[in-house]
Design a protein around this ligand. Structure first.
Ligand code: SAH
Length: 256
């Protein structure tokens, strides 16, 4: 299909749905959903409340493979319809959007990506913590434990833990025992603060706070197995009084 033939088609919008709370969807995402003809959403994590009252035909992608998803979206796009592909959190993280975008590139079909609030940041908000605390860490690592999807050896959790930064660990709560063992092996002390936030920003959100010494017992007792963020690192320790220089009286105001 030639580029010219596709000119004028409405770009397929990959939209970040945010972590769950419908108010944590961007205004742009809301507008695109409200005007969509077809919405293909990741039903295992996207809050269905986001779809209430919209006119679009909605398909849950949970049971579909990549070909089936593209077979829904491509003909609709070619027919001039407004198509939204709704992914949880921010689509750039563990969204598997790359293969969809590459497929659209091959078909020379237009698309755009609309960011969303990642569950990493929803979890930090729930915990009321800043992940970058002066003199403790100025780095946040977004990662996962290797599971069905392998993780390159150079990014194995013990290696990342050795940095001592704040870490948001996705897709791994079912392997909490291995996660804790890896973090300890990497050099985090057993007293390092860690939190697990299940369903951040949902009405039934749950929070566990502890240390690497006791979080596994807490997760097992609470029976948390999925849709949870593990946040770990010294920045979670609110006993520290280290303050940013940004709002210090003698700091130039240009960056505030
Ligand atoms: N793109 C998404 C991540 C998709 S991978 C984002 O930016 O958030 C799915 C993983 O994200 C889950 O296993 C869990 O670790 C995390 N996750 C998604 N929604 C969550 C929520 N509301 N609360 C806590 N963790 C969540």
């Amino acid at each position: 299909m030639s580029q010219e033939k596709n000119a004028g088609l409405i770009p397929i919008a990959f939209v970040g749905a945010g972590p769950g709370d419908p108010e944590l969807l961007t205004l742009k995402g809301r507008r695109l959903l409200d005007s969509a003809d077809l919405v293909v959403y990741a039903g295992s994590l996207v809050n269905p409340a986001l779809l209430t009252g919209i006119a679009a035909q909605c398909h849950d992608s949970a049971g579909l493979d990549l070909t089936a998803i593209m077979d829904l979206m491509i003909p609709a796009c070619r027919a001039g319809k407004r198509v939204v592909r709704l992914h949880t959190g921010d689509p750039a993280l563990y969204g598997a959007i790359r293969e969809q975008m590459q497929w659209l590139d091959r078909e020379k079909l237009p698309y755009e990506v609309v960011p969303g609030v990642s569950s990493a940041f929803a979890a930090a908000a729930t915990l009321r913590r800043e992940l970058t605390v002066p003199e403790q860490t100025q780095t946040v690592i977004l990662t996962r434990q290797a599971g069905r999807t392998p993780v390159p050896e150079r990014e194995a959790l013990p290696k990342l833990a050795a940095i001592g930064a704040s870490m948001c660990i996705f897709l791994s709560v079912a392997m909490i025992k291995e996660v804790v063992a890896d973090l300890l092996a990497g050099g985090y002390a057993p007293s390092t603060p860690v939190a697990v936030v299940e369903k951040a920003s949902w009405p039934d959100e749950r929070i566990l706070r502890g240390t690497l010494a006791d979080i596994t017992t807490q997760v097992v007792a609470a029976d948390i197995r999925k849709t949870a963020m593990i946040v770990v690192g010294p920045a979670l320790d609110d006993a520290s009084q280290a303050a940013s220089r940004l709002y210090a009286e003698d700091f130039s105001h240009g960056c505030r």
